[in-house]
Ligand binder design. Structure first.
Ligand code: NI
Length: 207
């Protein structure tokens, strides 16, 4: 229970939340029911920040390229068997239900598995969800820096798979505001309807 409370308060972040977030990913899902986590974080820990990455066309993209627009960000990897495709689908479904307003939000998928997720792989994968979904990869160091800024935990899973390695990673959907700062954070169990409602409220300035 303490872990639940700690994550709910902190989320974010934390800190290294490594341990806590892995717990969320691996076993605490059913009990982790906060659909939208408060943006404020303990100790003034910030979430989000500068990044320099590469898009599917192999062009350098930075956080500054998105300034003035909302960015809906998810970190994961294309080889992910379940969580990532589910979350990306949730994002795209939520945006679809916003209609025209969705144009104010750019969905972004940042890989935490740059070794396999080349620009080409990212481009092919993101198209499966939406032409609007921006896939970003980069060098291992660039990905590490972006993940650090967003307090994302990731690591290669120890379990051996016949088809290749899996990655453990934290799973949150980040809404970044036009100013580049975190506007909202959505937990793992947020469904498309809840996400759409959260986004709508932010776009309307009512939350
Ligand atoms: Ni995943």
């Amino acid at each position: 229970m303490r872990a639940v409370r700690w994550i709910a308060y902190g989320l974010a972040v934390a800190v290294a939340a490594a341990a806590g977030l892995v717990w969320v990913q691996r076993g605490g899902l059913a009990r982790f029911e906060t659909a939208q986590i408060g943006v404020s974080t303990p100790g003034g820990v910030s979430v989000g920040g500068p990044f320099t990455l590469e898009n599917a066309a192999g062009r350098t993209v930075t956080d500054a390229d998105f300034r003035g627009r909302y960015m809906l960000v998810y970190f994961g990897y294309t080889f992910c068997p379940d969580v990532c495709p589910t979350e990306l689908q949730t994002m795209i479904s939520a945006l679809s239900s916003l209609g025209k307003e969705a144009g104010r939000i750019t969905p972004v998928f940042i890989t935490i598995d740059p070794e396999r997720d080349t620009p080409k792989v990212m481009g092919e994968y993101t198209k499966l969800f939406s032409d609007r979904l921006v896939g970003l990869t980069g060098s291992a160091a660039q990905i590490a820096a972006a993940a650090k800024a967003y307090r994302v935990y990731y690591a290669r899973a120890k379990s051996a798979q016949a088809t290749g390695y899996l990655m453990d990673h934290s799973s949150f959907i980040y809404l970044m505001g036009p100013d580049g700062k975190l506007a909202a954070l959505f937990g793992h169990d947020t469904d498309a309807k809840q996400l759409a409602a959260g986004l709508r409220a932010k776009l309307a300035g009512t939350s």
